[in-house]
Write a protein that binds this ligand. Structure first.
Ligand SMILES: Nc1nc2c(c(=O)[nH]1)N[C@H]1C(S)=C(S)[C@@H](COP(=O)(O)OP(=O)(O)OC[C@H]3O[C@@H](n4cnc5c(=O)[nH]c(N)nc54)[C@H](O)[C@@H]3O)O[C@H]1N2
Ligand SMILES: Nc1nc2c(c(=O)[nH]1)N[C@H]1C(S)=C(S)[C@@H](COP(=O)(O)OP(=O)(O)OC[C@H]3O[C@@H](n4cnc5c(=O)[nH]c(N)nc54)[C@H](O)[C@@H]3O)O[C@H]1N2
Ligand code: SF4
Ligand SMILES: [Mo]
Length: 764
C-alpha cells in the first residue's frame, strides 16, 4: 500500500507503535486505518459526487467566489470535473458567469496546493511534512497546554465567509462549545459586520430584504459605495435587464466603472455619505415628499429623527459633501418622482469608522419614503464573499446559530437543546472581535491562534501591526488550501484543506438563497475538506462525543434547519440537498408551512417562479413592536485627514473582475492573470500628477504614517483630485492603511487614510 502513496503522504517517520486508543478512535470512523495511510475525504464519509453516473455527464453547483451565487454546470468525465459553464436555468445568473466563475477549476490544480500537514521544525525553522495523526496531536497538545497555562482566554480562531455553512457551523460549535475557545471571529468582520449590525439594530434581525428581481423591477437604482460592474458583474447584468427604463445613480468619490455606466454620478467627498442621506431625508420631509402613512404604521423614533435632521441644511450638505445644489436637489427629486426606488450599498459604506450609522441613514431614507417591501425597492446591502451570509447566520462567531444572541440565556438553551449539549458549554458573550483578538495577541493575552480560510497577513488593516501580532504567537495554525499564502508562511502548523469543488455543503448568497456545492474532484495528497479537518481535530481533542453524530454535511444541514425553526431565517421547508438542486436554490425563509402551502399548488417540491421572495412585504419588522427603528447619530470627522505632509487621501477596493481578494486563487489561472496588471498600481488624477511631476506608468513611492511602498502610476480622471485609489489585491496596500473601526460593528475603515506620493528618489 505504501508504494501507491505519493511521497508526501508517507510522513510519519518514527515507527513507535501508536497508542491503541488512537487507532480505535480512527477505526470507529474510517474502518481499519493503518498508520501508513493518510486520511482521505472518502474515508471520513465524504465520497466523490455524484456517484454512479455515466462516464461523461454534468452536474450543477453554485460558484465559489462572490456572493452573487451564480449557478454553474460542472462537466465531468469519469466522475471528476473537467470543465465549467454557466447554468442556463439557475434563477440567479440565467446562463451568465464572470471570468472567475468560468475559471473556477483552475485554482484547484495549482502546484502550491497544501497536500500534507506541515509542522515548523523548531531547530531549523523549516516546515516538515507530518501526517494527520501527528498534526491533530500537535494541535491538541499545543492548544491544551496554552489553555492550561494561560487560561481560557488565551486561544482564539479567525474564520471565513468562504467555506460551506455546514463547515463554519461545525467549526464554531466544536471550537467554542467543545474546545472552550471563548473568542472566534471571521473575515466577515472585514466585509459585512456593518450591514449585519445596521440591519439587526434597525430591522430587528440581520435580514437583507431583497430578491434579485428587484434590480429589474426598480424605477430608480441608487448604488452607494458599490461597484458591481467589477465586484458583482452578474448582478450588473440583472440591472441591465431592467424593464422599467430605470434611472441609475452612483454615489462614489471615484468615477468607478459603475459610475461611468450610470445616469447620474454623485462624486461625493469620502465619508460624507451619512451627512448626505440625512440632508436628503430632511429635504424630502421639508417638501412633504415622505410617506406619512408608512412612517406612522411601520417605524419608530420618527419625531426624534425629524428634530435631529434640522441641522442638515442644504448649505451644510454642499459644504460637507462637495456636491452642488442642483445635484442634491436633482437627486431628491428623482427619489420623489420614482414609484420604486431601491438603494444598494457595499464596501464604500460598510468599511467606514461610521459605517453602521451611514448604512442606517440609507435604511432610514428608504423607510421614510415607503421604499420597503414592494417590488423594486429596499435598503439593500450586497454581500461580498460566497458565503458571508452563511457566516452571519450560522457560524457561532459574532451571532449564535440562527441569528441568536450569545448574551441571551433562552437562546443558549435553545441551541444547547438542539445540539444535545450542556448549555453551560455555550459562552455567554460573543467574545472578542477580530481587531480585539489581534490586540490581545499583541498584549500577550492570546497565545494560540487558529486561522481558517482567510489571509490575515495580507487583508487585515495596518499590516505591520498585524504581522507583528502573528509573529508573536506561541502557536499559529493556518488551515488553507495553499502553503504559500502570506499567513501560512508565518504558521507553526499548516493544515491542508480542500476548497470549493472538492467538498459538499451549502452557501447562502446575497438574496438569501441557499445553494449547493458538491465534491467533483479528488483532493491532492492528503488535503481534507474543512469539515473533515474539524471532525478529526474534535476526535483527537477528547471528551467531545456529543459532536460525533455530526458526521456528514447533510446531517449538519438538518441541524441548521432545526436551529432555524421559528427564526426569521427558518429553512425547515427545504427537503434536503436534492431539493436545492431541483428548485435552483431556495431563499430563506422557507418554512414547513410555506412548503406545505406551495405543494398544494404543485406536484414539484418547489416550482421555479415561486422563488423570488422579498422580506417585509407586510411592513412587519422583527422588533417586538413590529416596527423598524429610525436610528441616527452625529457624523464624525475622518480621523486621519490629509494635511501638508500627507496631502492625498487613499481609497482602496476591488481592481478588476479577474482578481479575487489576496489573489491566492485567481493568480493560479493563466486566463485571469492576463486580465489584470501583475504589479501594484495607484490611480491618480492628472492635476495631482502634474503637480508632482509624475506621468503615466511612473514608479512612485506612496507613503503613509505607517509605511512606504512602491507602485506604478495610472494617471486617470476617474479619481478626484486629492485622492488616489489602490486595489486591495496587492499585499503592500494594507501596509499603508490606518487601523480604525466602526464602534458598533468593529469593521475596519479601509477606505480613508492620508498618504503622500513622490517620484522615486525624492521626498524620502
Ligand atoms: N472581482 C472581484 N469581485 C469581488 C471581490 C473581489 O475581490 N474581486 N470581493 C467580493 C467581496 S468580499 C466584497 S466585500 C465585494 C466588495 O464590492 P464593492 O464594495 O463594490 O467593492 P470596493 O471596490 O471595495 O468598494 C466599492 C466602492 O466604494 C467606493 N468608496 C470608497 N470610499 C467611499 C465613500 O466614502 N463613500 C462612497 N459612497 N463610496 C466610497 C470606492 O471608490 C469603490 O468604488 O466584492 C465582492 N466581489
Ligand atoms: N485595503 C483593503 N483591504 C481589504 C478590503 C478593502 O476593500 N481594502 N476588503 C476586505 C474584505 S471586504 C474582505 S472580504 C477581505 C478578504 O480577505 P481574505 O479573506 O484574507 O482574502 P482571501 O484571499 O479571500 O483569503 C481566503 C483564504 O482562504 C483560502 N481558501 C480558499 N478556499 C478555502 C477553503 O475552502 N478552505 C480553506 N481552509 N481555505 C480556503 C485561500 O487560499 C486564501 O488564503 O479583505 C479585506 N481587506
Ligand atoms: S459573478 Fe460572482 S458568483 Fe457569478 S460567476 Fe462571477 S464570481 Fe462567480
Ligand atoms: Mo468582503
Amino acid at each position: 500500500m505504501i508504494k501507491l502513496l505519493p511521497l508526501l503522504q508517507m510522513i510519519h517517520l518514527d515507527d513507535a507503535p501508536r497508542a491503541s486508543h488512537e487507532n480505535s478512535l480512527l477505526r470507529t470512523w474510517d474502518g481499519p486505518l493503518t498508520r501508513e495511510l493518510s486520511l482521505q475525504n472518502e474515508q471520513l464519509g465524504l465520497p466523490l459526487l455524484p456517484q454512479r453516473l455515466a462516464p461523461e455527464t454534468t452536474t450543477t453547483m453554485v460558484c465559489g467566489f462572490c456572493s452573487t451565487g451564480c449557478g454553474l454546470k460542472i462537466h465531468l468525465r469519469d466522475g471528476e470535473a473537467i470543465n465549467v459553464s454557466p447554468d442556463t436555468s439557475y434563477p440567479v445568473n440565467l446562463g451568465m458567469a464572470c471570468p472567475k466563475g468560468w475559471e473556477g477549476l483552475a485554482p484547484l490544480s495549482a502546484p502550491d496546493r497544501a497536500t500534507t500537514p506541515l509542522f515548523r521544525d523548531q531547530s531549523t525553522g523549516e516546515f516538515r511534512p507530518i501526517d494527520w495523526h501527528q498534526a491533530a496531536e500537535h494541535f491538541r497538545n499545543q492548544f491544551q497546554s496554552i489553555q492550561a497555562k494561560y487560561g481560557p482566554e488565551s486561544v482564539a480562531f479567525l474564520s471565513t465567509g468562504q467555506i460551506a455553512t455546514e463547515e463554519m457551523f461545525l467549526l464554531g460549535a466544536v471550537a467554542k462549545f467543545g474546545f472552550g475557545f471563548l473568542h472566534g471571529d471571521s473575515n466577515t468582520r472585514q466585509c459585512m459586520a456593518t450591514a449585519a449590525t445596521a440591519y439587526k439594530q434597525s430591522l430587528g434581525f440581520d435580514a437583507p430584504p431583497y430578491t434579485y428581481s428587484d434590480f429589474e423591477e426598480s424605477d430608480l437604482l441608487v448604488f452607494v459605495g458599490a461597484n458591481p460592474c467589477i465586484a458583482h458583474p452578474i448582478l450588473w447584468e440583472r440591472v441591465l435587464a431592467n424593464r422599467r427604463q430605470a434611472k441609475i445613480v452612483v454615489i462614489d468619490p471615484r468615477q468607478s466603472e459603475t459610475a461611468q455606466a450610470a445616469h447620474m454620478h454623485l462624486a461625493i467627498r469620502p465619508k460624507s455619505d451619512q451627512t448626505f442621506f440625512y440632508g436628503i431625508t430632511r429635504l424630502l420631509i421639508e417638501r412633504g415628499w415622505m410617506d406619512r402613512d408608512y412612517i406612522e404604521q411601520h417605524t419608530s423614533g420618527y419625531a426624534e429623527f425629524q428634530a435631529f435632521l434640522e441641522a442638515f441644511t442644504l448649505e451644510r450638505l454642499q459644504l460637507e459633501t462637495g456636491l452642488t445644489l442642483s445635484q442634491i436637489e436633482g437627486f431628491a427629486r428623482l427619489v420623489h418622482q420614482s414609484e420604486r426606488t431601491s438603494f444598494w450599498w457595499t464596501m464604500g459604506v460598510n468599511q467606514s469608522y461610521q459605517g453602521v450609522r451611514t448604512a442606517q441613514s440609507i435604511i432610514n431614507l428608504a423607510l421614510v419614503t415607503g421604499n420597503f417591501g414592494r417590488p423594486g425597492t429596499g435598503a439593500n446591502s450586497i454581500t461580498g464573499q460566497c458565503n458571508a451570509m452563511g457566516s452571519r447566520l450560522f457560524s457561532n462567531t459574532s451571532a449564535l446559530a440562527g441569528g441568536r444572541d450569545f448574551t441571551r440565556e433562552d437562546h443558549r438553551h435553545e441551541v444547547a437543546k438542539i445540539l444535545g449539549i450542556d448549555a453551560a458549554r455555550i459562552p455567554s458573550s460573543s467574545g472578542m472581535a477580530y481587531d480585539e483578538i489581534l490586540d490581545a495577541v499583541r498584549a500577550g493575552k492570546i497565545r494560540g491562534l487558529w486561522i481558517i480560510a482567510t489571509n490575515t497577513a495580507h487583508s487585515w488593516i495596518e499590516q505591520a501591526e498585524t504581522r507583528q501580532a502573528l509573529a508573536q504567537l506561541d502557536f499559529l495554525v493556518v488551515q488553507d488550501i495553499y502553503t504559500t499564502t502570506e499567513t501560512a508562511q508565518l504558521a507553526h502548523l499548516i493544515l491542508p484543506a480542500a476548497p470549493w469543488g472538492e467538498k459538499e455543503g451549502t452557501f447562502i448568497n446575497s438574496e438569501r438563497r441557499v445553494g449547493r456545492i458538491k465534491r467533483v474532484q479528488r483532493s491532492p495528497g492528503s488535503a481534507l475538506a474543512d469539515f473533515s479537518i474539524f471532525r478529526l481535530l474534535a476526535k483527537y481533542w477528547g471528551g467531545l462525543e456529543q459532536f460525533e453524530e455530526l458526521d456528514s454535511p447533510a446531517k449538519v444541514f438538518a441541524v441548521l434547519q432545526e436551529l432555524s425553526r421559528g427564526r426569521p431565517c427558518d429553512i425547515t421547508g427545504i427537503r434536503g440537498y436534492q431539493h436545492l438542486d431541483e428548485a435552483g436554490g431556495i431563499q430563506w425563509p422557507w418554512t414547513e408551512s410555506d412548503a406545505a402551502a406551495a405543494s398544494r399548488f404543485s406536484e414539484r417540491p418547489m416550482p421555479i417562479g415561486s422563488q423570488q421572495r422579498r422580506l417585509f412585504s407586510e411592513g412587519k419588522f422583527f422588533h417586538p413592536d413590529g416596527r423598524a427603528k429610525l436610528l441616527f447619530d452625529a457624523p464624525r470627522p475622518m480621523p486621519e485627514q490629509p494635511n501638508a505632509e500627507f496631502p492625498l487621501l487613499l481609497l482602496t477596493g476591488r481592481g478588476s473582475v479577474a482578481q479575487w481578494h489576496t489573489q491566492t486563487r485567481t493568480s493560479k489561472s493563466a486566463v485571469l492573470r492576463k486580465l489584470y496588471p501583475a504589479d501594484l498600481y495607484i490611480e491618480i488624477h492628472p492635476e495631482d500628477a502634474e503637480r508632482l511631476g509624475i506621468t503615466h506608468a511612473c514608479a512612485v513611492r506612496v507613503r503613509s504614517r505607517r509605511a512606504t511602498i512602491v507602485a506604478r502610476t495610472c494617471v486617470v480622471t476617474t479619481v478626484a483630485p486629492g485622492t488616489i485609489f489602490a486595489p486591495m489585491h496587492y499585499a503592500a496596500v494594507n501596509q499603508l492603511t490606518l487601523a480604525h473601526y466602526d464602534p458598533h460593528s468593529r469593521q475596519p475603515s479601509y477606505k480613508d487614510c492620508a498618504v503622500r506620493v513622490d517620484r522615486m528618489g525624492e521626498g524620502l
